[in-house]
Structures are given as structure tokens and as C-alpha cells.
Write a protein that binds this ligand. Sequence first.
Ligand code: AP5
Length: 218
Amino acid sequence: MQLVFLGAPGVGKGTQADKVVAQYGIRKISTGDLLREAVRNQTKLGLEAKGYMDQGQLVPDSVVIGLVHNGLSEPSCRSGFILDGFPRTVRQAEELERVLNDKMLRLDRVINFQISREDVVKRLSGRRSCPKCQAIYHVEFAPSPRGALCDRCGESLVQRNDDRREAIETRLKIYEDQTAPLISFYEKKNMLSHLDSAGTVEAVYQGLAQVLAAYDKA
Ligand code: AP5
């Protein structure tokens, strides 16, 4: 399966992508995760990206396109992949088509995750993550059994800088202006499936699995 997960920040793309990876064994390429890793490692790219990310702005197209190009060059992508959080602009979508053509790969489906703006704000403002093993929690919907500590590795959980109120507003505005146009971009290509993502993690996954069943060639 070769998939793109599209949707507003905090809609649950990463959570569902991890479940698909666990079930189908395909590769996840999350530009957000790759950028956060670069920030943690204080690479040149990470230092450049940090300022944009903390404010909720998009990192320049050239930077993220390079990351995705590298990711898709991994041989493991031949067995399937999920692009999580990419593309986010029409230019990125056009570049993606070019890169996929070059590598003789193609997309099966673009899944558009949908919830209300109010739910997005609740999910983002309550998200906590582990800076060591990257596990994701939510203070209300998916709390760590160990409170403020990661259940997997015991590290103290943190709130992402871009999950603070001001950055959330910026991210939602950028999503409306620059990412939402991709819905009609992929609709016109007859590649889009809308997914109601308002339910529990398990309920959303059931809906997703139904869509994916048509593309599972295993
Ligand atoms: P990125 O990490 O991609 O952020 P995002 O798209 O804003 O998505 P999120 O990771 O915030 O949310 P998600 O949809 O994955 O939700 P999650 O599963 O975590 O990007 C971060 C930044 O990097 C960008 O702002 C930009 O600066 C830069 N960047 C990345 N890609 C870029 C690109 N292509 N171009 C330019 N810049 C780029 O869930 C959220 C919370 O909700 C969690 O707490 C979770 O536990 C909870 N939750 C999930 N599902 C449910 C459910 N069903 N019910 C209740 N709670 C739930």
C-alpha cells in the first residue's frame, strides 16, 4: 500500500499511521518526526527548521521535499509506505508526483482525516509526548498509566512547543490556506477517501481498515 495521510494538525494521522505500520509492516515517512529528529540532533537542517516549527509555520518546501526524497529512496519503501504530513502544499504534491515517477512508484490512496476545529484544539492542547522514545499520549483521551512519565521508558513527558495555543492558531490558519487545497487536488485525480476521525482511536482505525482493505495486496 502506498498512502498519503492528509488532514489538519492533531487530527490523529500519526496515531493511525502507527497502527497501520504495526498491522501491515509498511514504512511510515513522517516529515514532522524527521524534522523533530533533526532538531533533537541539532543538525544544520534541524537548526534551520526549529524556528519555523516552534511558531507553527511550514518549513520551506525545498527542505521537506529533500527529506521525502531520501525516505522514498529506502529499499523498504518498495513494500509500501505512508506519507504522514506530506504533502502539505500544492507545490509539494507536484514534486511528490515527480519523485514517485522517477522511482517508478505510485500512490494507491490519499486518506483525508476529518474532525471539527474544536476537537483539533482539544487533541493538540492535551497531547504529551516522550522526548526519549517518541511515544504519544493525551492527558484526557490516552493518558500514560504512569502520570507525567512515559509508560514505555519512564522519561518525563513534554508538551510540544507548537502545541501551545498561539502556535495551534497559526497551524490551523496555514492548514486552511495551504494544505486544504490538496483536498480538491486529489479529488480531481479520483484518489481521495474521506475518513470521519471524530471517534475513539479504535473506531477510527476500523473505518480506516475498511478503506485500506481494497489496497492490501498481501
Ligand atoms: P507534524 O508533526 O506533521 O504536525 P501536524 O500535521 O500538525 O500533525 P500532528 O503531529 O500535530 O498531529 P497528528 O494528526 O499526527 O495527530 P496525533 O496522532 O499526534 O508537523 C509539525 C511541524 O513540522 C509543522 O508545523 C511544520 O513546521 C513542520 N512540517 C512537517 N511536515 C511539513 C511539510 N510537509 N511541509 C512543511 N513543514 C512541515 O494525535 C494528536 C493527539 O490526539 C494525541 O495526543 C493523540 O493521543 C490524540 N488522539 C489521536 N487520535 C485520537 C482519537 N481518535 N481520539 C482521541 N484522541 C486522539
